[in-house]
Design a protein around this ligand. Structure first.
Ligand code: AMP
Ligand code: MG
Length: 408
């Protein structure tokens, strides 16, 4: 019996969770630890090398949340109050004169001696320039206290946090101009297959254009990797050996194609000779064969060549692996349940990742789910996950993994 509770072939296939756990263990033992200081503008997608601890209170002083008047509530008798100073954002206030209020604007420091701000909508200026407050007030109202967001010494972002616009904004708000980040993983991308030619040349008999290369190279760049584009690798052993030998600077050799146990699997032969090879048969569709090993100590992941298989195995296994190499802990993709807007009558023995879309709150799937059809993913805005051994009726809940998260 297999985990899905059915007898059959499934038992010999590796569940996706097991494959991911093994890859993450491998990533943990080959963590990249070298780091570099870079200005915030260059840090999108990079990973913090050390904890970011606040050296500031934020805000550094109490400030006004409103345009209005600052006063000491204890001075207020209900009678109109004179205005003794005017404080704009960016100015330093003076001690509030007893019995008076201060004109104040949003973001301006609340003057010492004042304990609340009344918004200008609740204030009437009398003929003698005094201000009458028309509503009851409470101490502390409309004042953002010093350190409300952050206090000195507080842990703001942990080492291993991936930096995006919001984290970078937080660093800026604390006055950090540069951050220490893990150096970029260097990923060598190899496209294997005699049938492949690059776009821009005419197709000969039996040839197809190499699409995986640009998919992976641009995706890796988004993930903050340094891409070494190692081009197309023909299906022959001497060239495979020689090309792999040129990639010793890489942190990962990522190849596509040639991973079926077919006769053209020269990558596998080269790894067996000068490294290590394990071929995993994954309970995943599209996908299934995955090469994992190393060549002269450089880790190698070989993805299946069909474009949709490349996409799914990169998204679900390689991306988490690369993030973990940089020390990111939370590498699982975002996933949430949605009702199926389709039926799935036939249970499979592999986990299906269907290219789907959310339409009116329901997941619909592309008409052709062949692993060779990249267009299915261009149409889709996510992957619909159908467990091994599961059938679906219209409206059954299924996990949906948005492509925006996978690609980001
Ligand atoms: P393979 O894994 O080498 O057996 O390839 C499986 C299928 O994917 C074959 O139809 C290949 O022609 C196709 N394929 C392999 N590599 C690429 C690539 N880089 N771009 C587009 N299609 C590919
Ligand atoms: Mg091939």
């Amino acid at each position: 019996m297999n985990p899905a509770g059915k007898p059959g072939k499934t038992g010999s296939l590796m569940p996706v969770e097991v494959a991911l756990a093994r890859l993450l263990e491998m990533a943990d033992v080959s963590r990249i630890v070298e780091s570099e200081y870079l200005p915030l503008a260059q840090l999108e997608g990079r990973v913090l090398a050390r904890d970011m601890v606040s050296t500031l209170d934020l805000p550094p002083w109490p400030n006004s949340a409103m345009d209005g008047y600052a006063l000491n509530l204890a001075d207020w008798t209900g009678e109109p109050m004179p205005v003794s100073q005017k404080i704009f954002a960016g100015q330093a206030p003076e001690l509030l004169e007893p019995g008076t209020c201060a004109r104040i604007f949003t973001g301006a420091p609340v003057p010492p001696g004042a304990d609340c701000v009344e918004m200008q909508e609740n204030a009437v200026i009398e003929a003698n320039e005094r201000v009458r407050f028309t509503e009851p007030m409470v101490s502390g109202q409309n004042v953002r206290p010093q350190g409300q967001e952050t206090t000195v010494g507080e842990l703001i972002l942990s080492a291993g946090t991936r930096l995006g616009p919001i984290e970078l904004g937080l660093a800026a708000s604390l006055g950090c101009a540069d951050l220490d980040v893990i150096r970029k993983p260097r990923v060598a991308v190899l496209s294997t297959g005699d049938e492949l030619v690059e776009p821009g040349t005419a197709l000969g008999p039996g040839q197809i254009y190499n699409s995986n290369r640009v998919v992976l190279c641009s995706w890796l760049q988004r993930l903050g990797c340094e891409v070494l584009d190692a081009g197309i690798l023909p299906d022959d052993l001497p060239t495979t050996r020689a090309r792999l030998g040129e990639l010793e600077e890489a942190d990962l050799i990522l190849s596509t194609g040639g991973v079926s146990v077919g006769e053209a699997d020269f990558l596998g032969v080269a790894l067996r000779e000068e490294g290590e090879l394990t071929l995993w048969k994954l309970a995943i569709k599209p996908g299934k064969p995955l090469t994992v090993g190393h060549f002269r100590g450089v880790p190698v992941i070989g993805l299946p060549g069909n474009p949709a298989s490349t996409l799914v195995t990169f998204a679900l296994l390689t991306k988490p692996y690369l993030l973990r190499r940089q020390g990111v802990q939370d590498v699982e993709p975002l996933k949430f349940p949605v009702p199926a807007g389709f039926v799935w009558p036939q249970a499979g023995n592999r986990r299906e990742f269907l290219r789907g879309r959310l339409e009116q709150g329901q997941a619909t799937i592309y008409r052709n789910q062949s692993s060779g059809v990249l267009r299915s993913a261009a149409w889709a805005d996510g992957l619909v996950e159908v467990q091994e051994g599961r059938t679906l009726a219209q409206g059954d809940m299924v996990p949906f993994i948005p492509l925006s998260d996978l690609l980001g």
